[in-house]
Write a protein that binds this ligand. Sequence first.
Ligand SMILES: [Zn+2]
Length: 215
Amino acid sequence: MRMRLAILISICVVIVALSVVSFLTYENWRTHRYDHLIMEAAVDHQLPPGLLKAIMDARGHFNYYTMGEKGEVGLLQVPQEGVAEYKKAKLSPDYEFGYVCINKAHPPHTGIKQNIRGPCNICKSRLIPEMWYPRQNVEVGAWYLAKLKADIEGADGSGKRNLEDAIPLMVAAYCLTDKNVRAATDNFRNPVLPPGLRNSIRDILEKYERYRQRL
Ligand SMILES: [Zn+2]
């Protein structure tokens, strides 16, 4: 009887241990799987990678299919005004984002774009809107953050604003609209955010403090 109990307990311990290990492995994969995209975009747009990761964690929760209340889209929860600015500056104002396949099938064809929704022409799996496609989403979000950074750095005329001072303004303009933050900070000239605005982005700033040390 005691022998059986011992076996039962051992089995339980093994099950718990395996669950913990698989959970940790999964968490590690989940929170690091987009690091390569973050690093590429950070280099291309001269942004701190920790800032991109903080937004991805706090707002996108590492889910590429996340949609925000005001239409913020994807991993970086890119605001609709950011999408519009990107189209205007980099593509054309009437550019239509299409649909892409994210199936890692053979032959590899991730990123191939179709203009209409529906199954992938190659593998027949379901397509996702192009703005959700992680590489495209991170590119657009990072581009918009860099644009805001340039606007903020140029706002006081010296063009020499410290990046760490500019970051709360960048994040606020990104998440709470450029217009609102300009109105609250004298067109970005005042580096101090009103407490209400700062509170709304506290989750991102806290995560940034952590990710700036290590992704
Ligand atoms: Zn496909």
